[in-house]
Design a protein around this ligand. Structure first.
Ligand SMILES: [Zn+2]
Length: 278
């Protein structure tokens, strides 16, 4: 797979494809936490995929090749360009991602799991596993690293993020479960409770949802619709017949130009052409 990727990158095919296939389409990108810096003594796979410098490099690369779209432009027009989305709702979305979005005059759509907003140290399950893997016990995670990389947005930080014109808040459940493994009433509770909590805190309607781990099926998509979300974002789509509830996203886990060229070449994922909401 790496050989094919390298060949594609070196041959210029990815860049050519990007120029011809993606010029008139739209992509939603999926990012996660953004750390303030790289931590030399901590394994890379325990750190967020991007540091602030790396995220700035991604946006610089994008800014030369695409327009940044607001959430409304992405969903309600067929304007070509990029929508940047972030999953999970880590504290670093406010401290590290938002200032860089502002530098580029771009808007981010932030999908927030509410458990670690209610208590920023009540880490999500996958963060707990990382803490265990790296340090054996949550209490041994270095304080500066925990605050920068693992903590959730506090309620006051989330309100601050929501008030920025460069941010729109969406829901990402309460506890970040695999929704296809939950009972129907659990799915509904995860969606409803996060929506209501965020609406109260942000004093705005929360119309958008993203499936944790991109994990959904037709029943889960129907639940997102019946709870009152206007759209839901996936990663890989299953084509269950509810296109507004399975918007594809391109996961971005690196900042190298060859990687970005491939991911946004139209060979990895077809760009969207039609508008999503009427
Ligand atoms: Zn997530």
């Amino acid at each position: 797979m790496n050989l094919i990727k390298n060949l594609l990158a070196k041959s210029g095919i990815a860049e050519l494809a990007r120029l011809t296939l993606t010029r008139s389409g739209r992509f939603a990108l999926n990012l996660h936490g953004i750390s303030s810096k790289r931590y030399a003594n901590i394994p890379k796979d325990l750190q967020p995929h991007h540091s602030a410098d790396e995220f700035r490099r991604v946006l610089s690369w994008l800014a030369l090749r695409f327009n940044f779209l607001s959430v409304d432009e992405f969903l309600r027009t067929s304007k070509p360009g990029i929508l940047v989305t972030f999953d999970d709702g880590h504290a670093n979305n406010l401290t590290n991602a938002l200032p860089i979005l502002k530098e580029f005059n771009a808007q981010g759509l932030f999908f927030v799991s509410t458990q670690h907003v209610i208590n920023p140290r009540d880490w999500l399950g996958f963060t707990r596993l990382e803490a265990k893997r790296g340090w054996g016990d949550e209490s041994h995670v270095p304080e500066d690293f925990a605050r920068d990389c693992f903590d959730g947005l506090s309620a006051s930080h989330l309100a601050e993020l929501a008030a920025s014109p460069n941010a729109v808040i969406g829901a990402h459940t309460v506890t970040h479960p695999f929704l296809t493994q939950c009972a129907p009433d659990e799915v509904q509770r995860e969606m409803e409770e996060s929506k209501e909590y965020l609406e109260k805190l942000c004093k705005k309607p929360v119309d958008y949802f993203a499936y944790p781990y991109g994990n959904y099926n037709h029943t889960v998509a129907q639940a997102a619709q019946s709870v009152g979300f206007r759209t839901a974002f996936a990663v890989d789509t299953l084509h269950t017949g509810l296109p507004a509830y399975e918007i594809p996203r391109v996961g971005i886990y690196d900042s190298h130009p060859d990687y970005l060229n491939l991911k946004l070449s139209g060979l990895h994922r077809r760009p969207l052409r039609e508008k999503i909401l009427g």
